[in-house]
Design a protein around this ligand. Structure first.
Ligand code: ZN
Length: 235
């Protein structure tokens, strides 16, 4: 239980750290590298368009993050303290969250990155948060790949170039051919890729549950019945 409470504090701090690092890299490294010849006067420079797109995605991700925390699911009964005070017979369509120590209506799951329960009131914001976080991470990865490609003169035309980038750059880093800041960006590329894919998968899974009109608890509870039904059909 203590580990879960600790995770509830560490995960939001981790999310905010990654967001801050992404902001700093985008605004002070990637966008300045996109600046073209100042003599060429254009209404919309690529750096301006990239900056506007990144700010749009990250503002939506952070805005929905705040709304998920603000719109907590409705409390059926606050159960402050330990799980020993858990109601013996909660009403239907409710769930007791051990981390928040409360019973909430239409509870789906507890999200450690927001440190909050996800239910009917904040589900919309949670799905949008996953969607925009995924897009912001994948967009940062693309901008980072463009930056690394220009700085280290690497071509990413080959499909396996992204996979072989890490081992080759680690060996080049220890031989002094790759700077510490460039190595940091390369490590961030893999982190953005992983977070982007995870959030996209999570968003799709959540949308599937919404389309079926289910919560995660209902899906889990329905599993044994499915197994029983398939067992009865085959025997
Ligand atoms: Zn909770």
């Amino acid at each position: 239980m203590l580990a879960l409470r600790l995770l509830n504090v560490v995960a939001p701090a981790y999310f905010l750290c990654i967001s801050l690092v992404t902001f700093v890299l985008q605004l002070f490294l990637f966008l300045p590298s996109m600046r073209e010849d100042p003599a060429a006067a254009r209404l919309f420079s690529p750096a301006l368009l990239h900056g506007a797109l990144f700010l749009f995605l990250s503002a939506n991700a952070l805005g929905n993050y705040v709304l998920v925390i603000q719109n907590s699911p409705d409390d059926v009964g606050a159960c402050q303290g330990t799980s020993a005070r858990r109601p013996s017979c909660p009403p239907p369509s409710t769930h007791f969250c051990r981390v928040c120590a409360r019973v909430t209506l239409r509870h789906d799951h507890h999200c450690f990155f927001t440190g909050n329960c996800i239910g009917s009131r904040n589900m919309r914001n949670f799905v949008l948060f996953c969607l925009y976080t995924s897009l912001a991470c994948l967009y940062s990865m693309v901008a980072g790949v463009a930056y690394i490609s220009a700085v280290l003169s690497i071509s990413f035309a080959h499909p396996l170039a992204f996979l072989t980038l890490l081992p080759t750059s680690i060996s080049q880093f220890f031989s002094g051919a790759v700077l510490g800041s460039e190595m940091f960006v390369i490590l961030m590329l893999y982190l953005w890729f992983a977070i982007g894919l995870a959030c996209a998968g999570f968003c799709c899974h959540q949308l599937l549950l919404i389309l079926r009109g289910q919560t995660r608890h209902q899906k889990t509870a329905a599993l044994p019945q499915c197994f029983i039904a398939s067992y009865v059909m085959h025997h």
